[in-house]
Design a protein around this ligand. Structure first.
Ligand code: SF4
Ligand code: SF4
Length: 714
């Protein structure tokens, strides 16, 4: 059912970007929540590791646990059905529910199988009892967030909806609205013959459905009506009740910064003959693509415990909200899940290309799910022409060959000198025309030439020997930054080896779903650096390349000839700032009187955990005042060539970031990644700040500070 009638992605993105009211609500909620989540985490130091262990163990023993849970639930007096598909699950529930009213609360699985629409089509009165879900039900929408479903609906709209229900215009006072909502629910509960909910976990050993909530409605709907139905995806099954309660705590701490939700219920069966509770309890176990996901190596997507924390940290969700996803499955994790529950045919056209690979969602996830890694692999399943615009495919083709990039750079340089580039840019289609300023003025061919294979230190005997990845964009179109880096390293006492046969590291290709090509490029880089055993480290000045090379072990894990070599190579990779912060810089010879703000590239700050080192280096520069922006974790929207794939989302992220950075009133914005550098320049130019504020690579600034003359390396 997910996304069955969705408009084209382009239109949905435009709708998400233009919904100013949802944007304001979302921003207020998320900006308030993120610090609370960050503050709660350290109080539970082992929780994340434990949740991951429980969920990964359950996935590894899925069939065994399904069998065990089924047996135990039956033993407890429940009726259990195993639904292979959404249709089977729906049919079973329609068979159980004869008529009247069904009260329902929080079940993403129920949304997934489309049971509400099916029941309503049979004239059964379905009442959502969670306030957020009820608002969506009245509004005719799906939820806008996994645990805050009404996040996208304004207060004014909520008032309208409940006024229509009450038959009078309600005042704006939230208390009045809640009063009307409560009365509505009370009458629904009083007449309901059926209750339906999802589950946070199902303990196999005891056959216990574990649920957590803050409103108490699941407790009521699982005990007041005669029939209680639990819709449980098989990947919610864990071994024990203790495991189930740990999952609940994970959802509470990571989802809402609460030690545990207000109502945590464990339901193991119907009421005894003389007891209080439902006469019947049905458990609908739902597969719907989950076993296939596990078999195909994407089971981790279903280790999700639906806490919503990934959405709270995702830059794409921040700007387009629930348009990132397919109605019933929201965000990056939702796209992965829906690829199995609804099919790759849907997600390939509805957002599989939207993940930035920024990794902002990984650490805040209670199960540390590698959503971006799975996106990169999932993209490999879809041919590039279905996922990527022509311009993006052309850039990928070009970066695969550094000599070709050099040749193109020389042509563009000549065209610039003749004034042809401007003329050519005018002829580009609108989407590419907007991007043209991203391409910097080409350096002269002399600078784009390959550096010597061995560079000696400047002004002192060698203290270290290092190897340097010259890269693709960095060695051609941004070659001055590479030369600056080599000078800084040489002044720091480094002998530098720059293997001639190296090419592009393959990061762009990997993230864009061209895994096969990325592996070829990774092998070439490993071969190029083979035998450089005298080098203390393999250095890069590009955060994206560093993050990719540090992951070569995973990229080539199933290549028998390269797996071990890839792991050994990855262990030696360092960002140049990490190396210099540890081993020291050359002498500072030049004062730089300026105010600078450092922007952390996601692939350095989040992916590599390198945030202190660039700042430490900046603070060594005499005269430089270093300030901090409010949101250090913001993504610029560059993400390799994301700006060619989703220019609107990328543009909005660049705008938000430059606004934030400019609020510090800097003379300089400093960063450590070519994509971020160009993207921030683009954002500034669009905001009319391009002349006032300079955007520089950290190595350019250190080059200025450590030498007034270019030295011997140029
Ligand atoms: S990697 Fe970034 S863009 Fe992708 S889902 Fe995670 S937070 Fe969102
Ligand atoms: S992927 Fe992780 S953070 Fe996101 S909802 Fe699932 S458990 Fe929570």
């Amino acid at each position: 059912m997910a996304g069955s009638k969705l408009p084209p992605l382009r239109k949905r993105i435009a709708a998400g970007l233009s919904d100013a009211s949802a944007d304001t609500v979302r921003r207020n909620v998320l900006e308030g929540l993120r610090p609370r989540l960050a503050a709660a985490r350290p109080r539970y130091p082992n929780l994340q590791e434990r949740v991951r262990e429980i969920k990964m163990d359950a996935l590894a023993h899925l069939d065994e646990l399904v069998e065990r849970a089924t047996e135990q639930l039956k033993h407890n007096g429940c009726t259990v059905t195993m639904a292979s598909t959404a249709e089977e699950a729906r049919a079973y529930i329609l068979n159980v529910v004869g008529g009247g009213t069904l009260v329902k609360s929080k079940s993403n699985a129920a949304k997934e199988i489309g049971v509400v629409e099916a029941l309503e089509a049979r004239h059964i009165n379905v009442v959502e009892t969670d306030l957020g879900d009820r608002i969506n039900q009245l509004n005719g929408t799906y939820g806008g967030h996994i645990i805050a479903p009404a996040i996208q609906i304004s207060k004014e709209r909520v008032r309208e909806l409940f006024s229509a229900m009450a038959g009078e215009v309600l005042p704006g006072d939230p208390e009045e609205i809640v009063k009307v909502a409560r009365e509505d629910l009370r009458s629904a509960f009083a007449g309901a013959g059926y209750g339906l909910s999802g589950a946070n976990a199902l303990a196999a050993e005891t056959g216990t459905v574990c649920v957590v909530e803050n409103e108490g409605n699941i407790r009521m709907l699982s005990s007041l009506p005669d029939v209680y139905i639990a819709v449980v995806p098989i990947t919610k099954i864990v071994r024990t009740v203790e495991d189930g309660l740990t999952v609940i705590q994970g959802a509470s701490v990571f989802g809402v910064a609460q030690r545990i939700g207000t109502y945590a219920s464990c339901i193991s069966g119907p009421a005894p003959a003389d007891g209080f509770g439902p006469r019947e309890m049905h458990v609908v176990l739902v597969d719907n693509g989950r076993r296939r996901a596990v078999a195909e190596g994407f089971g981790e997507a279903f280790a999700c415990i639906n806490c919503g924390s990934c959405l709270d940290h995702c830059p794409v969700y921040a700007v387009i909200g629930d348009k990132y996803g397919v109605t019933t499955h929201i965000g990056g994790i939702g796209i992965l899940q829906a690829s199995f529950t609804s099919g790759l045919g849907l997600t390939a056209s509805q957002g599989l290309s939207l993940c930035l690979n920024c990794r902002a969602c990984v650490d805040p996830c209670p199960a540390r799910i590698d959503t971006p890694g799975m996106h990169a692999r999932m993209r490999e399943e879809v041919p590039a022409r279905r996922r990527l615009p022509l311009a993006a495919r052309m850039v990928l083709g070009l970066t695969a060959s550094v000599p070709m990039m050099r040749a193109t750079g020389r042509v563009i340089h000549a065209a610039e000198r003749l004034g042809v580039r401007r003329m050519a840019e005018r002829l580009l289609p609108p989407a590419l025309k907007a991007m043209a300023p991203l391409l910097p003025p080409m350096p002269p061919p002399r600078q784009m030439a390959r550096p010597p294979e061995l560079l000696e230190p400047i002004g002192a005997p060698a203290r270290h020997t290092v190897a340097f990845l010259s890269g693709c964009v960095m060695s051609t179109w941004l070659a001055p930054i590479n030369w600056a880096t080599l000078r800084v390293l040489a002044r720091a006492g480094c002998r530098i080896r720059v293997p001639a046969s190296q090419g592009c590291c393959g990061a762009l290709h990997h993230h864009m779903g061209e895994g096969g090509q990325a592996r070829i490029m990774a092998r070439r880089v490993i071969d190029a650096f083979a035998g450089l055993d005298d080098c203390d480290a393999i250095l890069t000045n590009s955060a994206g390349c560093g993050a990719a090379m540090k992951e070569y072990g995973e990229l080539l894990h199933d290549d028998p000839a390269y797996a071990e070599r890839a792991r050994a190579f990855a262990a030696r990779v360092r960002d140049v700032s990490e190396f210099l912060a540890l081993h020291g810089l050359g002498q500072m010879t030049t004062r730089i009187r300026a105010r600078a703000v450092y922007f952390d590239p996601c692939h350095l700050g989040i992916a590599q955990g390198v945030t202190k080192e660039p700042r430490w280096l900046l603070r060594r520069i005499p005269g430089l005042e270093v300030v901090e922006a409010t949101r250090r974790e913001a993504c610029c929207g560059s993400a390799g060539i994301y700006n060619l794939v989703h220019p609107e989302v990328s543009g909005r992220l660049a705008h938000l970031l430059t606004q934030d950075l400019c609020a510090t009133d800097p003379d300089l914005i400093v960063t450590s990644n070519p994509g971020c550098l160009l993207q921030v320049r683009w954002g500034l130019a669009r905001a009319g700040r391009g002349k006032r504020v300079q955007v520089v690579h950290l190595m350019e600034l250190l080059d200025r500070a450590t030498g007034t003359a270019p030295g011997t390396v140029s």
